[in-house]
Design a binder for this molecule. Structure first.
Ligand code: DHB
Ligand code: MG
Length: 629
């Protein structure tokens, strides 16, 4: 047995035809017809049903039928008539299951037995036509707003054509323990809808209709919910029902693909947590634990290349090797590798043509590069290859953010790549104490953030931190941090809503999402800062007001305050430890490097400092009308 996947038409943008095409292309088995999408279409129910089947999809559910149960007599008779009309449509569509959501009608009367009697009667009418009814508890239903009550109605209706529909949003957003699902026999669950949502304290109807998102994109325990569903022996479809304002305006194709990716990742998690569960999903390698960032590659040429080399030198890097056959150099310091690629053909050249100096490739160290690419492809990522030049090794890779590339290096033969492909230069004698890449910050539009967070969390063993708002003088930027448990790989996603923010103008100028800054770790930021100063590194200077405020907020010794002011070192602290940061001035448009020192268990990114850092950076962007210190 294999679980079938489905998605409600309401989840994606476009007209019904565009939705059908996107859903079929993304690889779903079936579709839930949200009635509004059907009513807005000009085709007959039969033509729509035929079109969906021609696209290779099954019409799995017709929904929603509202305000059915518990009505007083005249309204009740009308509801039954209305149901007969919808049965006509369903038969023409070729769909045998309708979702009845619990009534929110002001005149609906309560009473489990009254509702059960309504369902028993409508069950007979459905049976006469070979149709089935599924009852779903809306979290804001007037009398029934909990799947346990909906199940009691279905149980008492005791009709083979009447079953329960579970929706993870309604159960989890109300804080109902998903383990309660284990009391329901799997064959009485007719359909399962899945949705995640962010943890925002607001009215549930509003949260549900505007902020649902794909499993894994929000904060609900959708995996636990699905585990419980599987443990009942449920074998029906699992379907996404995502009401989301951004998705309604997004690209149908990419939203549908994200949905499919989220279901595969979820089913894989469920199978690992509940080995008895048969999902029908082909085996795939587990979430990839990232050991470290192996390298970061820039596309750079001409003056841009010379500028970047100079900046790297001032940061304590040295040119450690040269590629055997390409115009590519390797720069090192501590455990950090930065590759500068000046080739005029291939991937880096394409990136340079589009964006100029930019990060075109990120290399990660993983246990198995092959497994990583296998999992990525199963989740719908695109593999990346390009013709190998003389002396080059085939390193597994996929497409990442904004058409960039991610390569994977493991301890097998690939670990040799630096010796095989590169000719070493003489060793440097000094450095600035930088040890490793602390994090990579990628900038994108706000609309792309959920998609990329799902990309990373579904492929790698990474956790999301809560989203934070960063105030730019010209608008809001949202920031979402993803990290492995031990901090071996950290990435921050910055979503810009307008082009006037620093992040937004970076996007507009650079033609889309990419790496905006790279944070490098040091064990002693004061020593590093002194080395940078001696080497002429262009450090970003902070406003004196910033340091006055720090002195007021934290117990920092006068001596340390003086050093921080002198070196432009920013500071943050929480219950677990301390954090020191400094920034370079912007280069190549608006990229920059950050230097960080973490003390104790601090795992944040200095978010409280971001508005002041951005303001300082913007002083470089706007020569006119800006006071200078
Ligand atoms: O928001 C609603 O009304 C609505 C309708 C149908 C559903 O299946 C649901 O979960 C919510
Ligand atoms: Mg639902």
């Amino acid at each position: 047995m294999s679980l079938k996947t489905s998605i409600a038409t309401v989840s994606i943008s476009g007209n019904l035809e565009e939705k059908i095409e996107a859903i079929a292309a993304a690889g779903f088995d079936g579709i839930e017809i949200f009635e509004q999408d059907f009513i807005a279409d000009i085709r007959s129910p039969r033509a729509v049903g035929d079109r969906i089947r021609a696209a290779g999809l099954e019409v799995m559910l017709f929904q929603p039928f509202r305000d059915f149960e518990g009505l007083p007599q005249t309204l009740r008779a009308k509801a039954f008539d209305r149901m007969e009309r919808k049965f006509d449509v369903m038969q023409d569509l070729g769909c045998d299951l309708v979702l009845v959501c619990s009534s929110a009608h002001p005149e609906a009367l309560g009473g489990i037995n009254r509702a059960a009697a309504d369902f028993a009667e409508v069950g007979d009418r459905a049976a006469a036509r070979g149709l089935r009814i599924g009852y779903e508890a809306l979290a804001w239903g007037k009398h029934v707003n909990d799947h346990r009550d909906a199940w009691e109605v279905v149980r008492r209706a005791d009709h083979p054509n009447v079953g329960l529909i579970l929706d993870s949003f309604h159960t989890l957003a109300r804080g109902i323990d998903p383990e309660t699902i284990l009391r329901i026999p799997g064959d009485k669950i007719f359909f399962v809808q899945l949705a995640d949502a962010p943890h925002i304290d607001m009215d549930l109807l509003y949260l549900s209709r505007h902020f649902r998102n794909m499993p894994g994109e929000g904060d609900l325990a959708v995996t636990d919910f699905m585990r419980a569903v599987m443990a009942t022996g449920y074998g029906g479809p699992i379907s996404l029902e995502i009401f989301n304002d951004q998705f309604r305006g997004g690209s149908p194709g990419s939203i549908a693909k994200d949905g499919h990716r989220s279901l595969i990742a979820l089913l894989d998690d469920v199978r690992r947590a509940e080995p008895e569960a048969t999902t029908g999903l082909p085996d795939l390698p587990r979430h990839v634990p990232v050991k470290d960032t192996a390298f970061i590659e820039f596309a750079a040429r001409g003056d841009g290349l010379a500028d970047l080399e100079k900046l790297l030198q001032s940061l304590g890097f040295y040119q450690a090797a040269r590629h055997v056959s390409k115009q590519v150099t390797l720069w090192r310091q501590g455990g950090i590798r930065i590759v500068l690629n000046a080739e005029t053909t291939g991937h880096a050249a394409t990136a340079w043509n589009v964006r100029g100096t930019s990060v075109c490739d990120i290399g990660l160290s993983v246990a198995s590069a092959e497994d990583t690419v296998t999992r990525a492809e199963a989740l719908g990522a695109k593999p990346f290859t390009q013709p190998l030049g003389p002396g080059e090794m085939p390193i597994p890779a996929i497409r990442g953010l904004g058409g960039s590339v991610m390569h994977f290096i493991d301890d097998g033969s690939l670990a040799d790549v630096w010796n095989v492909e590169f000719q070493p230069s003489p060793l440097a004698t000094t450095d600035a104490g930088l040890t490793r890449i602390d994090h990579i910050a990628q900038t994108m539009t706000y609309d792309e953030m959920l998609s990329w967070s799902l990309f990373y969390t579904s492929l790698f063993e990474m956790q999301k931190a809560p989203m934070v708002d960063v105030i730019d003088p010209d608008g809001l930027v949202r920031s979402l941090a993803l990290a492995t448990d031990n901090g071996s790989f950290r990435i921050t996603l910055n979503g810009a809503e307008t082009h006037r923010t620093l992040a937004g103008s970076f996007l507009a100028e650079g033609l889309g999402a990419t790496v905006q800054h790279i944070a490098l770790a040091t064990d002693d930021i004061f020593t590093t800062a002194a080395a940078l100063r001696a080497a002429g590194c262009p450090v970003l200077s902070m406003s004196p007001n910033y340091f006055d405020d720090l002195a007021a907020r934290f117990d920092i010794t006068t001596e340390m305050m003086a050093r921080m002011r002198k070196e432009n070192i920013l500071y943050d602290a929480d219950d677990t430890g301390e954090f020191f940061q400094l920034y370079t001035q912007p280069f190549a448009g608006q990229m920059f490097f950050e230097i960080v020192e973490r003390r104790g268990g601090y795992t944040g990114y200095g978010a409280p400092n971001a508005p002041f850092r951005i303001a300082a950076q913007k002083r470089f962007q706007k020569p006119k009308g800006m006071p200078t210190a």
